[in-house]
Design a protein around this ligand. Structure first.
Ligand code: ADP
Ligand code: MG
Length: 237
């Protein structure tokens, strides 16, 4: 391996530098000089109080918002240098997202919701193989009873919807799963079970996890913890 190749393979999966974002109408940036690295396969816990900018950061990483300044590199690609459509494709290929409110399609079945996770990415469809079967395997692994698989998402309990949302994020082996306080609606037992299952499936898929939450009691289970207030001057305002 030549030095250039070895440098390329040793770079972090996600590398954020001097990131800044200000919501329109706000005087102060909510993300202000943020720096963060995530390695391939690493499980990172990002702690921050409510309103500190966790969801804003995930939207920036997902390319749903464009930063005022700073950079986000993903597997060596500068997201800021991509056109809008290239960024959408990049997101579909590389990121799985578990939203705080899950954002399932209420009228679609659990299986159809999971399949959506690879619908917009040829790469993830390729990894998934038979998407129907991959969805079944993930739902089973996440502990959703088989008699729920073809139920509409809006007929599932919060805990069941959360398993569907995780399976959707994991299908097709994305490089990184972004999880936005996915356990906030769960009691402690369900929360711990969910995190165990999420970790196991992410490990099998080779996916890194960036998990944001105000609930610091989860932190010891992760490979690395970062405080938003320490990596981001904006959240101290
Ligand atoms: P967290 O996820 O840590 O609770 P958010 O990223 O949702 O925090 O919000 C951080 C700050 O950004 C808050 O002050 C919030 O009011 C503001 N904010 C979030 N979303 C929007 C939006 N869509 N428009 C304007 N301001 C927003
Ligand atoms: Mg939030």
């Amino acid at each position: 391996m030549n030095p250039a190749q070895s440098a390329a393979t040793s770079q972090p999966l996600l590398s954020i530098r001097a990131l800044r974002y200000t919501w329109s109408g706000d005087a102060m940036p909510v993300i202000n000089g943020l720096e963060l690295d995530v390695e391939a396969g690493q499980r990172v816990f990002l702690a921050g109080a409510s309103g500190s900018g966790k969801s804003t950061l995930l939207a920036l990483i997902g390319g749903l918002l464009a930063p005022d300044s700073g950079s986000i590199h993903f597997a060596g690609t500068d997201l800021g240098a991509l056109s809008g459509s290239a960024r959408d494709r990049f997101r579909a290929d590389h990121l799985g997202v578990i939203f705080q409110q899950f954002n399932l399609m209420p009228w679609l079945s659990a299986v159809a919701n999971v399949r959506l996770g690879c619908q917009f990415s040829r790469q993830r469809r390729h990894h998934a193989g038979d998407a129907e079967r991959a969805a079944h395997e993930l739902l089973s692994a996440m502990g959703l009873a088989e008699d729920r698989w073809n139920r509409r998402a809006d007929e599932l309990s919060v805990g069941q919807q959360q398993r569907v949302a995780a399976a959707r994020a994991l299908i097709g082996q994305p490089d990184l799963v972004l999880a936005d306080e996915p356990t906030s609606a769960l009691d402690v037992d369900h929360r711990d079970t969910f995190v165990d299952l999420l970790f196991e499936q992410a490990r099998r898929a080779g996916s890194a996890i960036l998990f944001v939450s105000h609930d610091r009691s989860l932190a010891p289970r992760f490979d690395m913890t970062r405080e938003l207030g320490e990596i981001n001057a904006g959240s101290m305002a």
